[in-house]
Structure formats: structure tokens, C-alpha cells
Design a binder for this molecule. Sequence first.
Ligand code: URP
Ligand code: ZN
Ligand code: ZN
Length: 463
Amino acid sequence: MGTLIKNGTVVNATGSQRADVLIQGEKIAQVAANISNDSHQIVDATNLLVMPGGIDVHTHLDMPFGGTTSADDFETGTIAAAFGGTTSLVDFAIQYRGQTMRHALDEWMKKASGKAVIDYSFHMIVTELPDAGLGDMDVMVRDEGVTSFKLFMAYPGVFMVDDATIFRALRRTGENGGLVCMHAENGGVIDLLVQEALRKGHKAPKYHALTRPPRAEGEATGRAIALAEMAGVPIYIVHLSSADALQKVREARDMGLPAFAETCPQYLFLSYDNYEEPGFDGAKYVMSPPLREKWHQDVLWKGLAKDDLQVISTDHCPFCMAGQKELGTDDFSKIPNGAPGIETRLTLVHNGGVRQGRISLNRFVELCSTTPAKMFGLFPRKGTIAVGSDADIVVFDPEKQQTLGLKTLHMRVDYNPYEGTVVRGAPSYVISRGAVIIENDRFVGTRGAGQFLKRGPSLASTL
Ligand code: URP
Ligand code: ZN
Ligand code: ZN
């Protein structure tokens, strides 16, 4: 006996069709019109969309950062992801200075295993790269399926590395097949602006944004791409927020360079105006890069439609206002950077992208599932509804209305950036490797059922 999804519209990145989907065990066994019922468990998808489960390639669960730890762990965070239709995520393990990548991976495996309810993997954050570290990179790619590395051009004294380190890492990926993901903001300039602002007594949350100008992101994005060009390898820019940075990616792509980038819903739906909310409420939106003036949103949407941006991830990094964000009540630079979003990505992008006519349904699937899978070595196991692929499926009701907010959402954080926003389009069923895990707005999955995904090389060169 299998599970048969009947009467839905199957939506892949490449096209849509009316078809039934038969799941046997953990895999998709058949995609065809009118598959006979036999004795299968039936999921009725009449008037619903049957899409590959969302793949979120940028999350921070249980991450020590800014003097505290992100509020969702691998249990609460992956349950929230599942409610939102995400069935795989790629989080980050941190190789701190003086530590090996092996140690970092072991630590993050401990955090996730036995807790995650959906499949997961890790990028490796690299904070230094001595000669031994180069060998560590090879081992990660070859033996552990950790085929991507995040480096930071910002957060001096914490994560920031210099250009020589970046260049070394990039060159090594040319040999071992890994992919460098870059946090592209000019950390030196930002640090100076922050110190100046604090000296002037500018302490409110909005100064977080005012000391991280779009040009600082544009400059670093251009530099990162130039370093990758000199190394002769692809590069992936994370959480791109501004027209300035997008222009650098577009110019590079127009020249034929393999430069890729993701943006996140917060940069498409929120703006600098949120920092002007009364009192300390602007702290809810303190993240890096910061929210930009509203006009950047249209530029990003055009980038998504034209494939200058290839992926939408969340950068989910939640901190409660109480006890966490309030660490920066008297100093914006002490507000932990990050915001929640793991649960709201599909519904927000569907509502604001597909329903508003900015992107097609197929492009929606491509941005939120198929290209993330290809970019990070999970395709075709994940990211498509096809025979032989994992049965990671979201049965999505494009008309279902939801009011986003603390009452309806499941992330373990005491505010939501979209509180009160009404959206249309939400999952009805979510299936992870053949098991129904969300049904009728209830979680019916199992703690610890999520498996670590050893990833293959990026398929970026085919994109
Ligand atoms: O503010 C953010 N983005 N927090 C998470 C860490 C990072 O830089 O991605
Ligand atoms: Zn970052
Ligand atoms: Zn991040």
C-alpha cells in the first residue's frame, strides 16, 4: 500500500500538469493521470497544487550569536518549517578560530540529530583558513557531503575574514568542487560608521540600518565576485538585500561569470520604515544586511523574474524581544542580528509574488525548491516531483487565507515581523520522505525523523 495524491495539479519548475502522484515508501513511484486507487491511502488534492517541498538553504537554528542563541532549536525550527511547507533545510555549522571543521560538524550534528523533523544539511562557516583548513575543506566535500562554505566580509572580530582568506577558499573550491557562499557587506566601513554613531549618542535600532548603507553591500558584492573571477570559480551571494548589490551580480552575469545570489522575503516585503516603529520595536527588524528603502523591493522582484537572483531563502535567525533583542536597548550594536521567517516563506512569496503577477507558479517552485536543490547538490533527489525522487511534497491550497502572527504560527519567538498580515495560499498537507507530517493544520510527524543529507557538488554550472 502506498499514498496516492489524487486530482491535483502537479507544479514543477519546468511546467504544470493535472496528474496523480503515487508514493511508495519514501519515494515517488508514479506521476500520471488517473492512477487507480487500489488500497492506497488517499490524499485528496482536488483544486490544490502538488509541489516539491520547499528547500530553505539559509537557516540558523540553535546558533550562538550576538551574546545569545537563536531561539528555535532543530525541533521547534523544523516543525515550524514543516508547517510552512519546507521539507529540507541547509543550516550552518560554525568552525570557530582554533577549531577544525570536523569538530564544528560534529557539534552541529549533535544539535540536529534526534530532533529535526525534516531533512537537513549544513554549510560550513569558515572563520580562518590555515593550511590544515584547506585539507579540512576537501574532507568536508569528499567525505561528509558538506559541499558549501560560508565566509563573511562583515562582523569584524567575530566571523569576518580578509580577502586573502576568501581567495584561498575560493581557489580551493576550484579543486574540490565546493561552493563559496558570501556574506557581502564591507565590515571595516560599517564598523567605523557604527563607532561614530555611538559616539554621537545614536543608540536607537534604526541606526543599525543607517550604519550599513547599500553601497557597503554593493562594494563587497562586487569585490567578492571579482575575487571569484580571479580564482576562476562560481560564487553564491547570500541574503542579497539591495539594488546596489544586485547591480553587481547582474553585471557579472551579463559578462558570463558564474555569479549567483539569493534574496529573502524580508527584503521583498519589509523596508527601512519598519525601523521607525515606536519605542524599541525597530529591534524586531535588526538583521544584516538591514532592511532597505522600499524602492529596492521592486528591483529585487525584477531580479527574481529575470534570473539575476536564483533563490529565495529565509535567513531564519530568530531572537525574542524579551531577554534577547533587549540586550541592545541602550546600544543598537548589541541587538542580536536576525529575524524569524522559516515558516512564512512559501505563503509570503506565493501571496506577494504569484498572486500579484510578479512571478509564475513554476518560477515560484524554481526559486523556493528546485534551484536551491540544484545549487546545493540535492537535485534530483529533492526539488522536483519526479519518479525516483524523495516524496517530499507540499499539497498547497492557493486560496487558503491565513492571518500571519503569533496566534497562527509556530516559531519559538515572541513576535512576528508580519503580525496581522493577511495572505492567501498555504499548505494543506506536507509530506516528508513519504510520511504525512502536516495535515489539517496539525503536526503529525516525528521528532528525530529528519535525516542528515550528504550533498553532492553544486549544479551551479548548469544553471
Ligand atoms: O542578521 C542576520 N542575517 N543574522 C544571521 C547571520 C547572518 O549573517 O546570516
Ligand atoms: Zn550572513
Ligand atoms: Zn544568515
